[in-house]
Design a protein around this ligand. Structure first.
Ligand SMILES: NC(=O)c1ccc[n+]([C@@H]2O[C@H](COP(=O)([O-])OP(=O)(O)OC[C@H]3O[C@@H](n4cnc5c(N)ncnc54)[C@H](OP(=O)(O)O)[C@@H]3O)[C@@H](O)[C@H]2O)c1
Length: 325
């Protein structure tokens, strides 16, 4: 699988460093709006090609899949550009600015029979898959309450501060908490309530969201761009599970009802950073001719985007993208 990256920024760099360790043949092309930047990025990370525009990259017939690594505000336009040129797409989280954009991309990909996937890396990690299996085993009983927090202080980062770049904590950090709840509490939601504090350019700076499920479970989620915390806890009928970081889990502990530690695990010995799994999943999908991956389906992406839309609506956080489409 030959990857073409759109946007030579922070996450593109991390992904490239990860893939370079064992999958360097995947690193085919990178495109930046600035040719010098693209060339420097390509040389530093071992790419074969560098392009000074995103349009040139999507026209390269050797590119099998385009990885969209630009701000949330531009995911729709850049993924659309790639799909219209017949490319499969893996697009960074949050998938788009809103559910309308997500639906349009999914419809376009399906109409062309092209693979399209949100790069929500925690869904592909062996460490989180094992957690799911432990819950299914029933050893700690059914989940009743879930807590997930992802707070990272980044008041000076433009794409977090600015409404026109679809800033705020929810799309950048809150999506991890929503994903954590979605993976382990199911999707049968009765009611969602929330609180928000705004910051930056009138975007969500800190928020708490409480999801009541029809099965009588509750997930309490919080995210913020002004402090630090990243833990996840699943309180079950006969014990609890603690995860050190919902965005990048490295350690999971299982306790029984007396508080005794009964299981603990970390990442696979051969894990590089954890980013590799989503790209290996995309490769599996391309090899099989799939338009979506079963671990990150289009319905799941839409469900996440719809929840974030409803929260932003309640909070009065509006992006230019909300009226453009
Ligand atoms: N999975 C993860 O762990 C993780 C971690 C961080 C970020 N992310 C996600 O990755 C995406 C990018 O985040 P990042 O931290 O890599 O951002 P970043 O460092 O700011 O880079 C984004 C890149 O997008 C390109 N771009 C295109 N139009 C732009 C515009 N109008 N303004 C600014 N940049 C523009 C730029 O590339 P050129 O100048 O080269 O064209 C820029 O370098 C976001 O969706 C974010 O949520 C994911």
């Amino acid at each position: 699988m030959r990857i073409g990256i759109i946007g030579a920024g922070g996450i593109a760099n991390k992904i490239s460093q990860t893939l370079r360790t064992r999958w360097s043949e995947m690193l085919y092309a990178v495109a930046s709006r600035d040719m010098d930047k693209a060339r420097e990025f390509a040389e530093r990370n071992g790419f074969m090609k560098a392009y000074g525009s995103y349009e040139e990259l999507v026209c390269d017939p050797m590119v099998d899949i385009v990885y969209v690594a630009t701000p949330h505000s531009h995911h729709y336009a850049h993924a659309k550009l790639a799909l219209e040129h017949g490319k499969a797409v893996i697009c960074e989280k949050a998938f788009t600015a809103n559910a309308t954009e997500a639906r349009a991309l999914i419809n376009l990909a399906r109409s062309k029979g092209l693979f399209l996937m949100e790069a929500m890396w925690t869904r592909f990690m062996p460490i989180t898959e094992r957690l799911g299996k432990v819950l299914e085993s029933g050893i700690v009983g059914r989940p009743r309450l879930l807590h997930a927090s992802l707070c990272w202080s980044m008041p000076e980062i433009e794409r977090i501060r600015r409404a026109d770049l679809c800033g705020g904590a929810l799309l950048d950090l809150g999506i991890y908490c929503l994903t954590f709840a979605d993976m382990y509490m199911g999707h049968d939601i009765e009611r969602i309530t929330s609180n928000v504090v705004k910051g930056g350019e009138d975007v969500d700076w800190a928020s708490t969201t409480s999801i009541l499920y029809k099965g009588g479970m509750i997930a309490n989620l919080q995210c913020a761009a002004c402090c630090y915390d990243k833990r996840g806890v699943i309180a079950c009928e006969n014990g609890r599970i603690e995860v050190d970081a919902v965005n990048w889990p490295k350690n999971v502990k299982v306790y029984d009802r007396t508080g005794e530690l009964i299981d603990e695990w970390g990442v696979n010995e051969d894990q590089v950073s954890g980013y590799e799994y989503e790209f290996l999943a995309a490769q599996e999908a391309l090899e099989n001719g799939w338009v979506e991956h079963p671990k990150m389906t289009h319905d799941t992406t839409l469900r996440m985007m719809e929840i974030m839309d409803s929260l932003r609506k309640e909070w009065g956080v509006v992006y230019p993208n909300d009226i453009n489409i």
